[in-house]
Design a protein around this ligand. Sequence first.
Ligand SMILES: [Zn+2]
Ligand SMILES: [Zn+2]
Length: 353
Amino acid sequence: MLSASKTMTAAVLHGKEDVKIERVPVPDLAEGEVLIKVQVALTCGTDLKVYRRGYHARMIAPPALFGHELAGVIEKVGPGVRGFKPGMRVVALNSAPCGACFYCSKHQENLCEDLLFNNGAYAEYIRVPRRIVEKNMLEIPADVSLQEAAMTEPLACVLRGLQETGVEAGDSVAVLGAGPIGLMFIQVAKAMGCNVISVVKRDAQVSGAQQMGADDVVQLGKVPSPVEAVRLLSRGRRGVDVVIEAVGRPEAWQWAVDMVRKGGTVNFFGGCAAGTKVEIDTNLLHYSEITLKASFHHTPESVRLAFALIAARKVRPTEYITGEEPLSRLNEVLRHQMLHRNGDIKTAIIPGS
Ligand SMILES: [Zn+2]
Ligand SMILES: [Zn+2]
């Protein structure tokens, strides 16, 4: 056992825009648990949202260790752990489903009634609970870097979103938003053989979307209406087959419904602030047979698929990582990303540096 007096440096979320770098005890391990020495922790749009709001309804309540996209090396395993040993390079996901509730039995593990979340990636070490060790921790192949592997979580969410939307090769897909998630949607949809129209806000996002493979980029403010601009670019001006909303604003949800073609599908991937509402034209929905979908989080299956695509070099995960910073600068990094989301996609936080 690690002695209780042993401490580590970790980021602790105390509330709204209040993250402190502190010395905290290195977690003790119970049956089935694993301690990872974090080598890289990636910033994520969800973390930014949590930083801005001070909490996340489902994932984190302060004061709490913070951060959830990580890869590292196993430092120690608790009693009864099978298949993992110290020295192994692993990626541990931020959640695991119970496997026993109604939703798990329906293969909707992302909706699990007892989804167990784990935070604390912005730290020298992170304890991985038994359920995540058993269901959502994977050994990283030697030829895959830790930074690449750390992209498994967001990519798993994106893959599940595309799968749920029923996107097929040849489809025209509009992606609203060009944050890390929007860019990943562009890259994967393009790799699947879709024609991708990206709708972005900022100047720097235009080239970012193009680099990820967008066939056309519509920039807000440069066109009278994003809805009209997307329709003009679609075949026969009918609207696109699929719209992925990856912004998380009611206004963008509305645009999504207005730019999809008859019989098309919209996926509201971006979660809006609690309490927000959107008005939908019932006639448009009915007579145009528009399918509305929403996707949240990932499942063990989409996690494995994401991991396999990264290992097979089918996606280029490091293109999303635009800088490296030590843990001591986490506050500055989050503040900077919150104020100027121009160019910075994801920052790799290196706890040991
Ligand atoms: Zn994330
Ligand atoms: Zn469950």
